[in-house]
Design a protein around this ligand. Structure first.
Ligand SMILES: [Zn+2]
Length: 327
């Protein structure tokens, strides 16, 4: 089982949360904000367990309430999510959830209402929640969790204790992934791909890692403008992954720039040899040219230029750079 200690690096308030929840000194509403994969949901779950735990060292993870929270079956812990097939949390869903919390608790302890994607509440739903937060039901704690705090009404935010979560450094994230059982090399790659967000690093699939390697190979094998079309053709019809391909290109260029600037070398990050050679041979000005190309391609996509044309524009810059630095 995870413990509060596992998340110390992600927020300055982890220890305080542990003390407050295991001692019954928590406030009634929390806003956990920070990038995806930084431990917000896991910490909310630990807080709820600590509040409900009947063990000695809270949360023990072994008593009945702890087990029920862990398995998602505790009757006093409610998760508020969009209704099936909906993108947002409407006022009807919220009213129903609040009514449910309003009734007596099943296990005669604290009750919790968790919003794993609080930003999905419509403004009407937020206003409805605001009334509840102003006069909170006895013994109920609210967790608003989001990576988009700007989508919440300021009046809601001001009613919550705000706890910010941060990514770890890549070294720390890799160490955490190792502790969770990943081999060192893979942990390093995943930590880098997810920019230190451990939760995201764990979600990266084998397929995604393979795509990243093959993409870095295809891009940095380009030697002349005539090579560009074949690479564009390989990727242009992969509609499902187009967004991911742009993100990956941006990530590759960022890692190359960082290596060129004296940061972590590209070796061991899961890229193809061709990309490593480029990072070694081409100077930072070249990396910056590539970064500009990726930014321009993103703008092109934003103004409805085709993915093929946007990708081609990046690859033509790679061919220009090859004539200068031939890695
Ligand atoms: Zn327990």
């Amino acid at each position: 089982m995870l413990s509060f200690d596992d998340f110390r690096g992600q927020s300055a308030h982890i220890e305080q949360l542990r003390i407050d929840f295991s001692g019954g000194a928590n406030v009634h509403a929390y806003l956990f904000s920070g990038p995806r994969g930084t431990g917000k949901r896991s910490v909310a779950q630990l807080c709820v367990m600590a509040a409900l735990c009947r063990g000695e060292k809270k949360p023990c993870g072994e008593c009945g309430p702890c087990r029920r929270v862990l398995s998602g079956s505790h009757p006093d812990v409610h998760h508020v999510l969009p209704a099936k097939g909906k993108q947002s949390i409407g006022v009807d869903v919220l009213r129903e959830a609040i009514e449910e919390v309003g009734v007596k608790s099943f296990e005669a302890g604290a009750k919790a209402m968790i919003f794993p994607e609080a930003h999905k509440m419509t403004p009407q739903a937020q206003n409805c929640l605001l009334k509840t937060l102003e006069e909170p039901p006895q013994g109920t704690v609210f967790f608003l969790i989001t990576d988009q705090p700007g989508a919440l009404l300021p009046t809601i935010v001001s009613r919550c204790r705000v706890v910010r979560f941060h990514p770890l450094s890549q070294e720390e994230a890799a160490a955490r992934l190792c502790a969770l059982g990943l081999p060192q090399a893979e942990a390093n790659q995943r930590a880098r791909m997810a920019e230190g967000c451990v939760g995201q690093a764990l979600e990266i699939g084998e397929e995604q890692m393979a795509l990243r390697r093959s993409l870095s190979q295809a891009v940095f094998s380009i030697r002349r403008p005539g090579d560009v079309l074949a690479v564009v053709n390989d990727y242009k019809d992969d509609k499902e992954h187009q967004g991911q391909i742009m993100d990956m290109l941006e990530g590759i260029v960022r890692d190359i720039l960082s290596a060129q600037a004296g940061g972590a070398p590209l070796e061991g990050a899961g890229y193809a040899r061709e990309a490593e050679a480029y990072a070694q041979k081409a100077p930072m000005t070249s990396g910056l040219a590539l970064q500009r190309a990726v930014m321009r391609a993103r703008m092109m996509l934003g103004s409805n230029v085709s993915f093929a044309a946007a990708l081609e524009s990046i690859l033509l810059v790679v061919s220009e750079e090859y004539t200068k630095w031939s890695w």
